[in-house]
Structures are given as C-alpha cells and as structure tokens.
Design a protein around this ligand. Structure first.
Ligand SMILES: NC(=O)c1ccc[n+]([C@@H]2O[C@H](COP(=O)([O-])OP(=O)(O)OC[C@H]3O[C@@H](n4cnc5c(N)ncnc54)[C@H](OP(=O)(O)O)[C@@H]3O)[C@@H](O)[C@H]2O)c1
Length: 232
C-alpha cells in the first residue's frame, strides 16, 4: 500500500461532489457517503446541469466551490423508451447514437475539464466515472448495444487520459472508471429481468469499498464493483 500524506485539513469533514445524485446509483452513493460522515453535494438536471447542454455544465460547475475530496460522475443513459439499445447493426441510428455520446461521453468529459480545479491537491483525492463492463472492447462477446458500448469505451479512454494529465498536478489523485455491477435502478428496469441484480444500496457499498481502498498507484484503472480489473 502506498504512503499517502494527510494534512490537518483531513481532520475536517470530507467533501464529495456527485454529478447525477438523483439517479439510482448516484443517490445510493450519496447516502453511503453521508452514513460515513461525508459532506455530500449533488448536482443534476434539477440544478440546471444538463449533459446535453455544454453551456449548462460550464455555468453550474463554474459556480461550484471546491475543493472536494471526491468527484463522482454517476450519470448515464442506456437509451430511451422510443430508442432502446440496438440489438443489431441495422438498428443503429445517428441521432440516437449521438444522444448516447452526448450523455455518456461528452458530458462527463466536459465535467472532467473542471476536475483539476475542483479536487484537493494536498491529500488523497479521487475522481470516478460510472462506466460499464459492456464498454469493455476486450470483453465484448455478444455484440449489440452498439451505441452504449461505444460511448462507454470512449468514456474509458477519456478517463484514462484524464488520469495521466491530472497526475501531473495532483500527485495524490486516483482517477477510476468503475463498473457498478447490474443494479436494480430505472436504468435497467426494462432489461435486468434476465440478469440477477443487486439493490442500489448494495452497489454503493461495493463501490465505496473499492474507492476507499484506491491509492494513487491505482489511477487510470477500470475496476468492477469488487475491485477486479476489467479489460479495456
Ligand atoms: N444500473 C446498472 O445496472 C448499471 C450497470 C452498469 C453501468 N451503470 C452505469 O451507472 C450509471 C448510473 O446508472 P443508474 O442505474 O443509477 O441510472 P439511473 O437511475 O437511470 O440514473 C441516471 C442518472 O443520469 C442522469 N442523467 C441522465 N441524462 C442526463 C442529462 N441529459 N443530463 C444530466 N443528467 C442526466 C439522471 O438525471 P435525472 O434525474 O435528471 O434524470 C440520473 O441522475 C450510468 O452511467 C450507467 O451507465 C449502471
């Protein structure tokens, strides 16, 4: 385990900023942090932050005061009622794919633009995006869900690049892509019947354990809910 220096400020209440704190996993992560004594700030569309509107991201994050010990991006979409995830190449539609990238990739990337300013530099810090195992290229054995898979693969690349860049200014920062498992939330309501799910609170506890164990040497990794490496 690596040595991590703790300043006197660490005795203060730690702060986490959760983007997407209204979501199934995001709200469970908020609850899990509160129960561990953290100060939690959540941002969502209710606060005017719409991932499909870059100006709204800039505006809301510019008015958000750091520093935070953690920045978590818990937003995402799998499709919509009218545009479910593709089962085949023939179902790919430009607008639907563009929407997936706007919410799952470009929005989080625009949030990460602010990570350096928002996160602590003098002690252990963490930034994590909720990715998905199906975003793994190496693990793709089923095909389908082309837009969602591709948007998460691209998100993983953005996170990896961010981890390298942020390590230059934030030596004690850990940047992670996290797969939460298959979780019973509105996100999976139409698709999870065929798969065993865990409740959001359990997923949040799992992710908390992974984040609590993470150290700067882990930065840039793609980990699942148990802390196991997911292939890119
Ligand atoms: N659930 C699973 O089994 C599972 C598995 C693998 C990965 N994940 C990933 O985990 C993340 C969270 O999933 P979840 O299950 O918690 O989903 P969820 O309950 O549907 O929550 C989605 C969150 O994303 C936000 N969001 C969607 N579109 C947005 C937009 N245009 N602008 C701002 N916020 C927007 C929602 O905000 P509003 O409240 O404003 O709608 C909500 O906070 C996603 O990235 C997903 O890919 C989930």
């Amino acid at each position: 385990m690596e040595e991590v220096s703790f300043s006197p400020k660490c005795q203060q209440m730690k702060r986490v900023l959760i983007i997407g704190a209204t979501g199934g996993i995001g709200s469970a992560l908020a609850d899990a942090h509160v129960s561990q004594g953290w100060s939690v700030e959540g941002l969502s569309r209710k606060d005017g932050l719409d991932l499909k509107d870059p100006a709204s991201i800039e505006h809301v994050l510019h008015t958000t005061q750091g520093p935070f010990d953690r920045l978590l991006v818990a937003t995402g979409t799998l499709g919509s009622e009218h545009r479910p995830p593709e089962k085949s190449l023939s179902q790919i539609q430009a607008q639907s794919m563009s929407d997936q990238f706007a919410i799952n990739t470009i929005g989080p990337a625009l949030i990460l633009r602010h990570a350096g300013r928002l996160l602590v530099r003098d002690r252990l810090g963490l930034v994590a995006v909720l990715s998905a195992r199906v975003g793994s290229i190496g693990d793709n054995r089923l095909g389908g869900w082309h837009s969602y898979r591709a948007s998460k693969a691209a998100l993983n690349q953005i996170l990896r690049g961010a981890s390298i860049e942020l390590a230059r200014s934030h030596r004690q920062l850990v940047a992670l892509s996290l797969h939460p498992g298959t979780v019973a939330t509105p996100f999976t309501a139409q698709y999870a019947a065929r798969y065993p799910t865990v409740p959001p609170a359990e997923a949040a506890e799992n992710l908390m354990a992974v984040m609590d164990r993470a150290r700067p040497g882990d930065t840039g990794r793609f980990l699942d809910w148990s802390g196991a490496e997911v292939p890119w």
